[in-house]
Design a protein around this ligand. Structure first.
Ligand code: B12
Ligand code: SF4
Ligand code: SF4
Length: 274
């Protein structure tokens, strides 16, 4: 399997899989039946022994609880990180109301994440079938949210952070809002597979953690609960509390993502020269 094969597998899945389309039974309103969730993804490949992964064990970045690719699967050679951008329909819909998420965005959060799971499992099986040991950390039984750091339980962390992994693989950099900015922007979802397959890792086009962000502050103004600040960064608790409020209103779904739409990094790397 080479890069072209990977791109082909993903393209076919995104175009043809039923998981990428809202079914009649799941649709929040009748008109949303058949809505497409994601466009064609982008990939980046990182070496399993890239020093960047080791750096994530530093508590400033993630912490000791972050598991290295070879702690997930000992014979890993590479990590394949992918970003699926939301379709224009989902993005456009969430630009309208300044406070509440659109129905389309709610589908993107819930059915979109289910798609990421199904794609990851499909891709992982292809790798296994070709004889490569591989694993999807985010859907492995050892994956966990939260961790005890310096005797205190930290809720907003995990032992496999997709954005940090994507950063090390070369997929993009963080933004002020803490979302990852990729060549196809920020509005979408991430996933990754750790595998024994051997491919040439990507060259990173950046050095700094926030290199793609212009610090324009548009996300600060978009956040309905003032969770983002140019001076102090992002308050995960405020954001999470608001997501809980949306959970009460839109049960069984939830979401927000206002900081990812109508912003210069929505669908691209913003232009720093402007
Ligand atoms: C917990 C969680 C949350 C929490 C807290 C977020 C958090 N900690 O980042 C809450 C509930 C608030 C949340 C909210 C949302 N989330 Co969320 N969430 C996660 C989850 C499950 C784990 C995140 C994690 O492990 N964080 C680890 C900690 C350490 O991250 P951090 O504090 O931000 O890290 C900082 C430090 O490391 C610092 N740093 C300091 N020194 C150094 C040095 C180096 C080298 C580096 C790299 C960094 C670094 O920089 C980082 C950024 O500031 C991931 C899925 C996953 N498995 O990754 C999704 C995920 C991050 N969420 C996602 C999304 C889309 C959302 C929402 C938009 C919800 C929605 N869909 O409506 C909001 C948006 C919030 C925002 N503005 O980014 C996407 C992000 C997509 C993207 N383009 O970035 C993810 C990746 C899910 C996915 N599969 O796609 N989320
Ligand atoms: S809206 Fe502006 S400040 Fe916020 S993450 Fe995007 S580029 Fe950075
Ligand atoms: S997801 Fe919503 S609440 Fe959280 S930071 Fe973005 S705009 Fe603010």
């Amino acid at each position: 399997m080479d890069r072209q094969d990977i791109a082909k597998i993903a393209l076919e899945f995104v175009q043809n899989s039923n998981y990428n389309y809202i079914s009649k039974d799941n649709a929040i309103t009748e008109e949303l039946a058949g809505m497409k969730i994601f466009d064609e993804p982008i990939f980046a490949i990182g070496a399993a022994d890239d020093d960047g992964f080791q750096l994530l064990k530093n508590p400033i970045a993630i912490g000791e609880h972050f598991l290295l690719p070879r702690e997930w699967t000992p014979n890993a050679n590479i990590v394949i990180s992918y970003f699926f951008p939301f379709t224009e329909e989902i993005i456009k819909s969430n630009r309208k109301d300044k406070h509440w998420p659109s129905n389309e965005w709610l589908h993107g959060r819930i059915e979109g994440q289910n798609f990421i799971k199904e794609f990851s499992m499909f891709f992982n099986k292809k790798l296994n079938d070709e004889g490569y040991e591989s694993l999807i950390p985010a859907f492995d039984s050892r994956f966990h949210l939260g961790s005890v750091i310096n005797d205190e339980f930290q809720e907003f962390t995990s032992n496999w952070s997709e954005r940090h992994v994507a950063f090390v693989c070369g997929l993009g950099t963080f933004g002020l809002s803490k979302g990852l900015i990729t060549e196809k922007g920020m509005a979408g979802r991430l996933g990754s597979v750790v595998t024994q397959l051997k491919l040439e890792p990507d060259k990173k086009r950046y050095k700094d953690v926030y290199e793609y962000c212009t610090m324009c502050g548009a996300c600060v103004r978009k956040c309905p609960v003032d969770a983002i600040s140019v001076d102090t960064g992002k308050d995960h608790k405020k954001c999470s509390d608001f997501l809980d409020t949306t959970k009460e209103k839109y049960k069984p779904r939830y979401g927000c993502g206002k900081c990812q739409v109508s912003v210069p990094c929505e669908r691209r790397i913003p232009n720093k020269s402007k």
